[in-house]
Design a protein around this ligand. Structure first.
Ligand code: D54
Length: 274
C-alpha cells in the first residue's frame, strides 16, 4: 500500500446507500502495522494523521509523508505515540524514551522522531499545532483510570485519559485508551457526538478470531463496520462511535478539533438510535 493514504472529508449523506466496501474505504483504516514500515492515513477531517510505526532490527524513521508538504513530520504538528506492543523506545531529537505496553509519549511541534525496538508496535496520532509544548512520557502506571461500572455487566471499562488537556498542555490533540473489563463488550455506552471534534478509534488486543462491531453514523441513521485487531475507524463530528466485541478488547481513542474540553460532547440516549 501507499505509505500515507488520504481520507477526504465526508458528509452524513455519504452513508446513504453506501455499500459495505464503500463504507469501509471511507471510514475504516486497515493495514496500519507492518514491521519496518511507517504506514498511515492523512485524514482531512481536522487534518488528523494516524500511523503505525513498527521497528525491525534498525531504527525506523518516519518517511513517505510527502502529502504533508513539509520537510519533517512534525514541522507544524504535535503527536501522541503509544506503544501497543513489547518494550521499545521513541527517539526524540536524539534522546531515547523507553515505552512499555500502553505507555505514551507526547511530542511537541518541531521535533524529529524515530522508533526503536523489535517487538514494539507504535501507534501515532498527530494534529496541527500552533505552538510547541514540552515533550513528555506518560506511563500507563501513572494514569488513574476513570472506572465506568455497569451493573448489568455489558459495558464496564476503564478509561485512561493520557493527553487530554486536563493536566499538561496540548494544542488540540487528545488521546487515551479504554480497556474493557472481563465479560463486558460495549464501549462508549451511552454513545455521543463531538460536534466540534473528529475522533479516531484504533482497536487493539482483539483476538485473531474475534471482531468488534463498530457502530457509526448519525444517531438517526446508523451503520456498522466489522473491525479486526489493529484497525482504526474515523468518526467525523456527525458520527456516533460505539462498539461491541465478540471477545475482550481495548482501543485507543484520539481527537482533534476546536477545543480540548474533554466533556464537550453531545450524549445520545440509546433509545433514540435508529
Ligand atoms: O469522548 C470520549 C471518547 O469517545 C472515548 O474516551 C470514550 C470511551 O473511551 C468510552 O466511553 O469507552
Amino acid at each position: 500500500m501507499q505509505r500515507i493514504t488520504t481520507r477526504y472529508s465526508s458528509s452524513p449523506r455519504h452513508v446513504d446507500g453506501a455499500t459495505t466496501d464503500e463504507l469501509r474505504s471511507q471510514f475504516l483504516i486497515e493495514s496500519l502495522f507492518a514491521e519496518g514500515e511507517f504506514r498511515g492515513s492523512y485524514i482531512h477531517d481536522d487534518r488528523m494523521l494516524v500511523a503505525g510505526a513498527v521497528p525491525g532490527d534498525d531504527d525506523l524513521v518516519p518517511s513517505g509523508f510527502e502529502v504533508l508538504g513539509t520537510e519533517s513530520l512534525l514541522e507544524h504538528r504535535e503527536a501522541g505515540i503509544i506503544n501497543l506492543g513489547g518494550p521499545g523506545s521513541v527517539v526524540v531529537d536524539g534522546t531515547a524514551h523507553d515505552l512499555d505496553n500502553f505507555d505514551t509519549i507526547y511530542v511537541g511541534r518541531g521535533s524529529e522522531i524515530a522508533v526503536r525496538g523489535k517487538g514494539a508496535r507504535f501507534y501515532l496520532v498527530s494534529a496541527l499545532a500552533h505552538t510547541t509544548y514540552p515533550t513528555r512520557v506518560i506511563l500507563r502506571s501513572e494514569v488513574e483510570p476513570v472506572v465506568i461500572s455497569d451493573d448489568r455487566g455489558a459495558g464496564a471499562r476503564r478509561l485512561y485519559r493520557v493527553i487530554w488537556g486536563g493536566g499538561e498542555p496540548t494544542c488540540q490533540l487528545q488521546m487515551g485508551f479504554t480497556v474493557l473489563e472481563p465479560h463486558s463488550v460495549w464501549n462508549t455506552l451511552p454513545p455521543h457526538l463531538h460536534p466540534r471534534r473528529t475522533e479516531v478509534y484504533l482497536y487493539t488486543d482483539v483476538p485473531a478470531d474475534a471482531r468488534v462491531m463498530h457502530f457509526m453514523g448519525e444517531p438517526s441513521n446508523t451503520r456498522h463496520l466489522v473491525v479486526a485487531d489493529g484497525e482504526a475507524v474515523i468518526a467525523p463530528a456527525w458520527s456516533i462511535h460505539m462498539g461491541a466485541g465478540t471477545a475482550p478488547y481495548s482501543f485507543v481513542w484520539a481527537m482533534a478539533g476546536e477545543n480540548t474540553d474533554y466533556g464537550d460532547t453531545s450524549g445520545v440516549p440509546v433509545t433514540e438510535l435508529r
